[in-house]
Structures are given as structure tokens and as C-alpha cells.
Ligand binder design. Sequence first.
Ligand code: 6PG
Length: 254
Amino acid sequence: MSEHPASPLIQGFPDPESLAFAAAEFITQAAQSAIQDHGRFSVALAGGNTPRLAYQRLAMPDFIDRLDWKKVQIFWGDERCVPADSPDSNFRMAKEALLDHVPVPEENIHILHGDLDPETAALRYETELRAFFRTPGASDDRPTTFDLILLGLGDDGHTASLFPGSPALSERERWVVNVDHNQPPPPLVPRLTLTLPAINAAMRIAFLVSGRSKAEILASVLTHPEERIPAQLVRPAHGHLFWLIDQAAAADLP
Ligand code: 6PG
């Protein structure tokens, strides 16, 4: 898959299954490239429903054997402030779809602690991320954050847990913040999210978007850049932006 530094690379697939296969292939190639380049692959997983199919596809034998999972480091782009075994937990979804089926070491799974006080959990993750990505004596060209961040797109244009109108969109220092009830519109539960500085420092950012319900917002995001929809604020500073979408989600694109 060629990477174009200047503008997003948009790829369409006929249906959710072929989108999931393409996403699994994309993740695998990004991982192989990162491991070859600097000995490890750090990926922040997206939550919600869309990526589940891709994680399940990645967990199948024809993909599992292509990666040295000991060198894969798993993070999340956001989490709901719920226990890890809650049906709302992004960790639980990824665990069931992927992590229980691949030989990634336990110590390589870096969860956002949705069970802790949100601000405590946000500060704890921020500390963990800054320690992980700052390797003493690292060569200058070591990535400053993730090799890959996977993102979804909400039908209101949110991504990770960066919602329209949220003060979290203006955060320029912190890498992780808690999105509490006081932010418009109140999310169903308090959430923890990577901020735009953390997301935009990644080497690769890939949106996975599927289904007719996303067609209108996707067309706005991709064809009306003036609207300042949260997902439009995802612009990698040094890396590459990819959109992997299916035909239903592309229905309103020109
Ligand atoms: C979450 C995700 C969120 C998600 C979008 C799309 O925790 O829910 O981080 O940003 O990606 O809401 O969700 P679906 O894939 O379920 O449509």
C-alpha cells in the first residue's frame, strides 16, 4: 500500500468483510514495517463496533503467524470508565476479538484503567505513554508516539472520545484526558481519550468506517474541511493518514 505524505489515502471496499480483511492486512504490514525499522510495533486500538470484525480477522491463522507478537505493544485510543469486564469496555471487545487468540505477552497490553477515578486513570496512562515512548539514548529517528493509531468515526463526527464541542479538542499539552459528564454533549459514561497532540504525532493513523449510517458524516468530513468536525482535526504532523471504508459508508461521497 503506497503511502502519500501530503493527503489522506482513501481506500474503498465492497463490504464489511472485505474491509475487515484489508484492515487486518494493513495492520500486519504496518507491524512488519515497524518491527523491521525499530524492533517493535506500538498500536493504539479503536473501540466501538466497527473494528471488531478486523480484530477477529487479524486473529485468524493466516494472519497470526505473520507477526512476532512478542514485539507488538497494544494500547487503546480511548476507553469508557467502566470495569474491564463491562460490555461497554473497549478493552473487553479487543480481548474477546483479538487478544485472547494471539500470543501477545501480558506485559505488552497497556490498558486504560476505566475502573479508576477518571483523572487518576488519565494521568497514569499519560505517565505510562511518556515513559514507553521516551527510550533513553534512542536514536533521533525513533517515533515519538505510536506506529499506528486506529480510529473510528461516530455519526456526530467524534473520534476516539473527542466529541464535538468538547474542551478536550483544545488540549495541546496532555496526551490523555478524561472526558467527564460536564462536556457537551455528555457522553453516556465518562471516558478517557488520547488527545489530538498524541494522535497527530503517530506515524500512521487509520480510520475504519463501515455502514450506511456513517455515509453522511463521512461525506462531510472528507468533502467539507471547513466544518471543523473532530475527526477532521486528525492530521498527522509527520505521519500518514488512511481511510479504510466500505461501499455503504461511501454512499454519499461524490
Ligand atoms: C468508542 C470509540 C468511538 C467509536 C465511534 C464509532 O469508544 O466508542 O472510540 O470513537 O470509534 O463511536 O463507533 P462504531 O464503530 O461502533 O460505529
